[in-house]
Every structure is written in C-alpha cells, then in structure tokens.
Design a protein around this ligand. Sequence first.
Ligand SMILES: C[S@@+](CC[C@H](N)C(=O)[O-])C[C@H]1O[C@@H](n2cnc3c(N)ncnc32)[C@H](O)[C@@H]1O
Length: 292
Amino acid sequence: MPSPALLLNLALDLLSRQRQPRVAEPELVMDDPASAESFMLAGREDGILAHTYLYHAIQASAVIPSGATVLDLGCGPANQLTFLARLNPDARFIGLDAADAMLELGHETLTRNGITNTRLCAGDMTALDAFEDHSVDAVVSTMSLHHLSDLEALSKTLKEARRVLRPGGGIYMVDFGRLRRQASQVFFATENAARQPQMFTEDYYNSLRAAFSLEELRAAATVFGSAARIRRTFLVPFLVAIRSTASQPPRLATVAAARSIHAALSPRQQYELRDLSRFFAHGGFPLAFKPW
Ligand SMILES: C[S@@+](CC[C@H](N)C(=O)[O-])C[C@H]1O[C@@H](n2cnc3c(N)ncnc32)[C@H](O)[C@@H]1O
C-alpha cells in the first residue's frame, strides 16, 4: 500500500495550480566518476533501484521481438541493459552513452554479470550518426531523456529514434515527468533519503527538476504517430512511458529469467516492485506479466 504521505503528495500535485519551470541537469552527460559510480551502485541487483530495472525490463520485453537488435539510448552503467539482456537472451543489445565514465562502468557491469549479447558504444542520442535508417528492431531508453538540454534536443532524439527504427519496431522510452509542486519534487527525492547516499538524493532531486512535462513528452512523441502511446503513473505523471501500441505475449525464457531475478530480490525490493506496478497499472499501464 502507498503511504498516506505519498497519497497526500499525489493529490496535492494533481490539484495544484503551480507549475515548476524546467531546470536542466547540472551534469547533462554523466562524466563525473563519483556520480556515475553512485548511480551504478544504486542500480545493481542489491541496489535500491533494482526493482525499477526489473519493472522496465519486463515492460520493454513486451516490445522486443525474438532475435531483435535493440538500441538503448543513454544506457549509463548498463544496469538496465543487464536486466534486459537476461530477459531476452536471444536478442542483441547496443547501449549508447555520451559519458566515458558511464561506458567504463558499463563494461564492468556486463563482465561481472557474464552478459555476452550486449555491446556498448559512445555516441550522442540526439544524432545517431553511426546507425543506418531502419537498422534496429527496437529502441529503449530509461531515465535518460531528462538529461537532454532542452525541448529541441528531446525532439531531435525522438526523431532519430524513429529514423533508426524499422517500421513497426518496438518503442519503450520511460522517464520522470515534471511534477507541479516543488514540495512534491522534494518529497519524492527525499522519501528514501535514509536508505540512500546523499549524492543520490541530490541527483534524484535534480532529475525531477529536469524532467520534461507530460505535455512536452506527448508533443515530442507525436513523431511516432499512432505507433506509440503515452502512459503515465496514477494521478500524476511522476513516471511517463512512451510505448509501442503493439506488443507481444511474453516468451517462456523471458518469464523464467524475470522470475529468477525476482526471487533473488530482497523482500523490500519485491514490495517496491509491486508498488511501482500498481502505480503504473492504476494509471492504465499494467505490467506485461507478473514475475511473482
Ligand atoms: C540517469 S542516467 C540513466 C542510465 C540508464 N539508462 C539507466 O536507466 O540506468 C542518464 C544517462 O544518459 C546519458 N546521456 C545524457 N545525455 C546524453 C546524450 N545526449 N547522448 C547519450 N547519452 C546521454 C548520461 O551520460 C547518463 O549515463
């Protein structure tokens, strides 16, 4: 069950007349080794973000066909890619990031987890010059769009995603949406402050301030036409997903891998995963399958 404080903040944000201006991330490309490492540690299987990576891996897998080539924009330290690669062992993943510090950590993550169906490359998601038109079967991106400088960069990124994607290819791009109240941003950033490093709390707050609004994301996503739909969490767009309209039933290997990862999560992480699933499901975006 969500806490009363969370429900109160959702309700206040929904009813608020305030609008927060977008404040771009102080570090667009995450090249500072200390913040890259703090982010990497949070996303490992024993980290506080592990449940979100399993959540997105399950949702993204619904748009990843068997044998697909999948491009992950702003892959960071490859935590998300590790979950995706484990759920889709017959797909081939390419992680792209503009930060050398992240790519270095990403290589370590892939090696530590024995992931062999994934490679990483340096690049800018606003200009995917190394990729031919229609050359990938799916494009994914998790928690990276808010690192773009402005609306123009967001629009360029989604246009590039459409260009490199084969017609009918899979789309799963998820990120924070901008909340209306500064108090809500502070609430979400500090909700788990006691369980996370100070640097992570600060990064989290910066991310919420840098998030694009639901309307901005919706406008940019029109580039996909009817091939994608925008989904958001319950009551407020705390998280927003741009996802292919078409999806496929889960494959046995995907379900088995998700179950095994889920079984290895701590009870707290399992609880957080269910909570996140409900938060999106009540906004009209149910989990593709339940790993519990
Ligand atoms: C908050 S991290 C998210 C990483 C990963 N997707 C995840 O969910 O763990 C955002 C990442 O986007 C990268 N990034 C920012 N701007 C970029 C750009 N223009 N092109 C490619 N990567 C970019 C940053 O370097 C950083 O690694």
